[in-house]
Write a protein that binds this ligand. Structure first.
Ligand SMILES: Nc1ncnc2c1ncn2[C@@H]1O[C@H](COP(=O)(O)OP(=O)(O)OP(=O)(O)O)[C@@H](O)[C@H]1O
Ligand SMILES: [Mg+2]
Length: 260
C-alpha cells in the first residue's frame, strides 16, 4: 500500500502506543501500556494467560476502544478510528481464535480476505464476478506460504499448521504496512512450528511485526525486541537476551515449567 495522505512518511514509527488502558467492569485487562514499533521492527509480546496481550492487539486493530491512552499508526492518531479504516490504513492481523471460512476452499478464503474479509464481500464478488487480479494476487500469497497446491481443498481438510499458514496469507493479501500475529504457533506440532517460524522469518524485513507468542523460542527467536506483560501491566521491554534474563520473566516462564 502506498503511504496514505495522512501518514507522516517513512521516518514515523509504525506504531506508537501511549498509556493504553482497557477496563472491563472490574477487570483492568490492560493498564498503562506504552510501546513504539520502528519501521521494519519485529517485537514479541509475551506474558502468562490473562496478561492482556490479546486485549492490547484488539485496541491496536480497533476492535475495542481503549478506556485510557492513545494509539498512533504511521504518525497518525487512530485512537478513535474504527477497525475497517485501520485495516485500510495497513493493519493486517491474524487471530488467536481462527476466523477461517471452514466450508470454503483455501483459495476462496484468500479471495474473501482480499476483498475485505466479510461475508458481504463474499456475496459482492459472487455477484460481480471475480476479477483476475484478485485471483492472481491470492495465488501469489498462497505460494508465499507454501499452500498453492492446496488451493482447491476446503479449509476443513487442512492440518492445523496449514490453517495457520493460510491465515497469514489472508493477512498478507491485504498488503499490510504492519502485521499483528496473535499466537500463530498455538497448538502446532514441533514440525509445524518450524514451518511457521521459517515462514515468519521469510516475510519482508520492511514489514513491522507485533507477535504474541507463548512459545519462548519463537517469541525471542523471531523478534528484535520483546515486551513482557502480566495482569495488564508492563513488566519489561528489551532485547530477547535482556528479557530472557529478567527475574520476573524467569519466574513466570521457568517457574511454571519447573512445576509441571
Ligand atoms: N470482553 C471481555 N470482557 C470482560 N473481560 C475480558 C474481556 N476480554 C478479556 N477480558 C479479561 O481481560 C484479561 C486479559 O485478557 P486477554 O485475552 O487480553 O489476555 P491474554 O494475555 O491474551 O491471555 P491468553 O494468553 O490466555 O490469550 C483477562 O482477565 C480476561 O478475562
Ligand atoms: Mg490472548
Amino acid at each position: 500500500m502506498a503511504p496514505g495522505p495522512h501518514g507522516s512518511g517513512a521516518t514515523a514509527p509504525a506504531l506508537t502506543v501511549t498509556g493504553l488502558g482497557k477496563r472491563y467492569g472490574g477487570v483492568q485487562a490492560v493498564d498503562d501500556i506504552s510501546l513504539t514499533l520502528a519501521p521494519g521492527e519485529r517485537m514479541g509480546v509475551i506474558g502468562p494467560n490473562g496478561a492482556g496481550k490479546t486485549t492490547l492487539f484488539k485496541m491496536i486493530a480497533g476492535d475495542v476502544p481503549p478506556t485510557a491512552g492513545a494509539i498512533e499508526l504511521f504518525g497518525r492518531d487512530v485512537t478513535r478510528v474504527d477497525a475497517s479504516r485501520r485495516a485500510r490504513l495497513g493493519v493486517g492481523r491474524t487471530f488467536q481464535v481462527s476466523n477461517l471460512f471452514r466450508e470454503m476452499t483455501v483459495l476462496d478464503n484468500v479471495r474473501v480476505a482480499a476483498r475485505g474479509g466479510s461475508p458481504q464481500a463474499r456475496v459482492f464478488w459472487r455477484t460481480q464476478g471475480l476479477r483476475d487480479d484478485v485471483t492472481t494476487r491470492a495465488l501469489e500469497m498462497l505460494d508465499s506460504v507454501d499452500l498453492v497446491d492446496r488451493r482447491d481443498d476446503t479449509v476443513a481438510d487442512l492440518s492445523h499448521g496449514e490453517q495457520r499458514q493460510l491465515e497469514i496469507a489472508m493477512a498478507l493479501v491485504t498488503d499490510p504496512r504492519i502485521l499483528l500475529l496473535d499466537e500463530p504457533a498455538a497448538g502446532l506440532s514441533a514440525v509445524e512450528r518450524t514451518t511457521l517460524r521459517e515462514l515468519v522469518e521469510a516475510l519482508p524485513r520492511t514489514l513491522p511485526i507485533l507477535l504474541i507468542e507463548h512459545d519462548m523460542s519463537l517469541a525471542l527467536g523471531l523478534t528484535d525486541r520483546v515486551m513482557c506483560m502480566e495482569n495488564g501491566h508492563h513488566v519489561v521491554t528489551g532485547t530477547p537476551a535482556e528479557v530472557r534474563e529478567h527475574p520476573t520473566v524467569k519466574e513466570i516462564y521457568l517457574g511454571r515449567r519447573d512445576k509441571k
